[in-house]
Design a protein around this ligand. Sequence first.
Ligand SMILES: CC(C)(COP(=O)(O)OP(=O)(O)OC[C@H]1O[C@@H](n2cnc3c(N)ncnc32)[C@H](O)[C@@H]1OP(=O)(O)O)[C@@H](O)C(=O)NCCC(=O)NCCS
Length: 170
Amino acid sequence: MHSPSLLPSIIIRPETPADEPAIEILGKNTFGPGRFARAAFRLREGVASDPKLSFVAEINGRIGGSVKLTHVVIGDKRALLLGPLMIDPAHRNMGIGRELMNRSILEARLQGHRYIVLVGDFAYYGPFGFDRIESGKIRFPGPADPARILGCELAKGAGEGYSGIVRRNY
Ligand SMILES: CC(C)(COP(=O)(O)OP(=O)(O)OC[C@H]1O[C@@H](n2cnc3c(N)ncnc32)[C@H](O)[C@@H]1OP(=O)(O)O)[C@@H](O)C(=O)NCCC(=O)NCCS
């Protein structure tokens, strides 16, 4: 007789509207009230992320991870804003963040998008293809440490010409 598996069941899938309450709780637990002041949060406020490019990790049937991509404009060029990326503390360092990142970047590339921008740690996002941006070239409307503004070209040379303020894409 087989004993039950102790390994969690992890499914990475596109988010649906029904996931939103659980994602909201994950955000509250991860970033606390400070999340409302984050530059990227303010850009996303009231703007739906792209459900074809936003994924959740369902861990043992519950939402335990989430990544969102939202359409923005930088200067006069369309781009994507990545974030928040968040994993339930009980399930960190298991590669789930990496899976969500790889899936969202792959889908963005397959769907012909050119460039992704985010505010985050270069040490974490560098291996996914994100680079630091020359200081002041791309700016956020709210407070954002320039050293944490990172960009990822989805095709060779696709990041050229991106400069200016990141704005909402209505
Ligand atoms: C950052 C986060 C999404 C990573 O998710 P995860 O599923 O634990 O990540 P993975 O298992 O794919 O990768 C773990 C690796 O990333 C490293 N890592 C985690 N956060 C890091 C950071 N801020 N800077 C550098 N490395 C980091 C871990 O040390 C680990 O390294 P190892 O593989 O050498 O041991 C998760 O820790 C989290 O939700 N943090 C709080 C929210 C947050 O800061 N989100 C990012 C900003 S929006």
